[in-house]
Design a protein. Structure first.
Length: 352
């Protein structure tokens, strides 16, 4: 929720009353104040006898705004798009389908927006503003990072653009679909809400090309960009017996680390010692012992293959490689050195 402005589908959970609105964190863009507006729900919705105290709500806000959207599991691990997804992306951002313009006119995508927000930078379908949709309400423009999570509710008893009702009500995977009321079963039907009709003369034409455009947009929106690149969280374990099988995946992890999409770490055992490494780029890994020089990726693989070792490579979130790979408590004393001297690598107050 960080860096995405007002909350709730109407955008009516907002800190707009606190200050003039300005990015990144003033007024309506103050996510801390917006989240605090949910406090009455503890009583009205959840049945708690009282609301949280101001201190408790502040703690909850501080916590929840550290939660980050996960990588999109539909998107290729190398962050590339299929031809259909690429065509859908081009249509989404470059072809007018409503009086606002193209879809991207409202659903803003800018992975580097508000760079001062660090790991929470970026707009992924919304910059926090609301839109006029020719309806009584002015809903907040929603983000699009979780479209794949809404697949599985079927059936629609209404038309969408030129699409007739869909009577299918088979086994349901989910109870909530697309749109603020969850009533739309799939992205193709949602996209059909922008068909060319008298009320929307610039809409998507009812033609094979128009149908293909809606299908392609559906594919793209299910693979929409997110805070974390698809490679984050991916792992592979290298042992003495599987070198050739895991090498392509290790190379992929290194390539995405070089692209800045993750911090690559390797943890395990080499020469019967517990070890950790973090990838520094240019083919070099830094180990968790200060006296040891950097080691090339190829040499590290050879140590495992020749010495009966085991290393698990993990693409961790950007900025976390030092902590996860070689200095767990970030006290400046590397984990291997702490183990050698008998201090606790997980306690910053315990070090050689």
């Amino acid at each position: 929720m960080a860096n995405h402005g007002p909350m709730h589908w109407r955008g009516d959970r907002t800190g707009a009353y606190t200050a003039p609105s300005a990015q990144p964190n003033q007024g309506a863009f103050n996510e801390v104040e917006a989240f605090k507006q949910f406090n009455p729900a503890f009583v009205d919705l959840l049945g708690r006898p009282t609301q949280l105290t101001s201190a408790e709500m502040q703690q909850f806000s501080n916590f929840i705004l550290q939660v980050t959207y996960p990588p999109n599991p539909v998107r290729h691990l190398d962050n590339s798009l299929t031809p259909a997804q690429r065509a859908g992306r081009d249509f989404f951002f470059n072809t007018t389908s409503f009086f606002h313009g193209p879809c991207g006119a409202c659903h803003r995508l800018d992975p580097n927006a508000n760079p001062g927000e660090g790991p929470f930078k970026g707009f992924f379908g919304t910059d926090g503003r609301s839109s006029f949709d020719a309806e009584p309400l002015f809903p907040k423009v929603p983000h699009l990072r979780n479209m794949y999570q809404k697949v599985g509710m079927f059936g629609a008893g209404f038309t969408s653009g030129l699409q007739p009702p869909d009577p299918f009500l088979g086994e349901q995977v989910r109870g909530f679909g697309f749109n603020s009321d969850g009533a739309i079963p799939d992205m193709f039907r949602f996209n059909s809400g922008f068909d060319v009709i008298p009320e929307n003369p610039v809409g998507i034409p009812n033609s094979p090309e128009g149908i293909a455009a809606k299908r392609n947009m559906e594919q793209y929106m299910l693979a929409f960009e997110s805070n974390m690149a698809p490679i984050v969280g991916q792992q592979v374990t290298h042992t003495a017996s599987n070198t050739f099988g895991v090498l392509p995946r290790i190379q992929l992890l290194r390539a995405r680390a070089e692209a800045g999409e993750c911090d690559l770490v390797a943890k395990g055992q080499v020469a019967q010692l517990e070890v950790g490494f973090v990838y520094q780029g240019a083919g070099q890994f830094k180990g968790d012992r200060a006296v040891l020089p950097s080691i090339s990726g190829e040499a590290l693989q050879l140590l495992v293959s020749a010495g009966g070792g085991v290393l698990t490579y993990t693409c961790t979130p950007p900025g976390s490689g030092q902590r996860i790979g070689i200095d767990r408590d970030l006290d400046g004393f590397l984990d291997g050195d702490e183990r050698k001297f008998g201090t606790n690598p997980a306690d910053p107050d315990s070090h050689p």
